[in-house]
Write a protein that binds this ligand. Structure first.
Ligand code: ATP
Ligand code: MG
Length: 313
């Protein structure tokens, strides 16, 4: 069974998407892991970065190819859909002219935002409350069912979540073993983290009791807190600069030192150059404009990936 991880933070622009892609790249590059990426954000940023904007447009719009939306459409239409048809293999860009052989992706679609309302409205009446709870669980299981059907083919599934807790996003939580929180060491990006933990505790509790009440076999497995990864850290004298280190220390004091990844990713133009080239940071040799910074950021990212492998087990 793969380890399923939701990457979440309700603060925008903290690096959820960048870290999702680069952690997948690092897991594949240096840890020989098979990774499935799921882009759950209607902004489709992970999709653009991973396969390149023009390939995304060609696949989704020119050719009408399948995306995450197709999976939900099949759920609404009670239509059969082979999840494998929705996973693109050998299309995630590893470096210039090369793709990963063991990283798959389920692309997002801009209409995903509309699906949430549809999902919320979808009510099936059952013969009793227990059956209706089972239908509610089915609504939360759309993504879990896809992952379960390809479970033997991946070591990790990384889900790039949008900054909300709607029903589509809850589908990711329901399927996940862990949630990991990328954050910038600034006040607004960290202040919400304890709230995320509170929400996740509540979801776990709700899902556990729904599972029990519906009389399903086994028990619901909680989505555990995998930790905070600090991103865009400014360094001074070999460590985070004072303002950043203060926030990191106070976050550790509030949530416990174990809540933080020891490694972090620095701020630098390598990451945006990589994004612009639709490449992971590890392809720094293909980024002449920002090569030095990109190589430095790739080293930091590599350590984050090593720690990810050690923590998320
Ligand atoms: N370590 C970094 N150094 C410099 N720029 C970075 C770094 N990490 C991410 N960025 C840039 O910051 C911007 C936001 O990153 P990203 O899109 O990954 O954040 P996000 O949390 O997914 O945003 P959203 O909430 O919109 O989904 C992007 O332009 C990205 O290239
Ligand atoms: Mg994003």
């Amino acid at each position: 069974m793969p380890i399923v991880v939701s990457m979440i933070n309700w603060k925008g622009g903290v690096g959820k998407t960048s870290l999702t892609l680069n952690i997948a790249a690092g897991l594949a590059n240096t840890h020989s892991k098979r990774v499935l990426l799921i882009d759950l954000d209607a902004q489709c940023n992970l999709s653009f970065l991973a396969v390149g904007l023009s390939s995304y447009v060609a696949h989704t719009y020119t050719n009408g190819g399948p995306t995450l939306k197709s999976i939900f459409d099949a759920y609404f239409d009670r239509a059969a859909l082979n999840p494998k048809d929705v996973i693109l293999e050998k299309q995630v860009r590893a470096r210039a002219g090369k793709v990963f052989t063991k990283v798959g992706i389920v692309l997002s679609h801009q209409e995903l935002t509309l699906l949430d309302m549809k999902l919320a409205r979808e009510k099936r009446s059952g013969k009793d409350h227990r059956e209706e709870t089972r239908f509610e669980i089915e609504k939360l299981s759309v993504i879990k069912n896809v992952i379960d059907s390809v479970a033997s083919e991946y070591d990790y599934v990384l889900i790039d979540c949008p900054p909300n807790v709607n029903l589509v996003t809850q589908n990711a939580f329901f399927a996940s073993d862990y949630y990991v929180v990328p954050a910038i060491p600034d006040f607004l990006s960290t202040v919400g983290i304890s709230l995320i933990n509170t929400y996740m505790d509540q979801f776990n509790q709700d899902y556990r009791s729904m599972w029990l009440y519906a009389g399903l076999p086994g028990a619901y497995g909680d989505t555990k807190f995998g930790g905070i990864i600090f991103n865009m850290v400014d360094e001074y004298g070999g460590g985070p600069k004072q303002g950043h280190s203060q926030i990191m220390t106070s976050t550790a004091a509030q949530l416990g030192a174990a809540a933080l990844f020891k490694n972090y990713v620095t701020d630098g133009d390598g990451m945006s150059a990589a994004a612009q080239a639709n490449l992971p940071i590890f392809a720094y040799n293909d980024l002449p404009r920002a090569q030095q910074n990109a190589e430095k950021q790739a080293n930091y990212m590599g350590k984050v990936v090593d720690e990810f492998c050690a923590r998320i087990v």
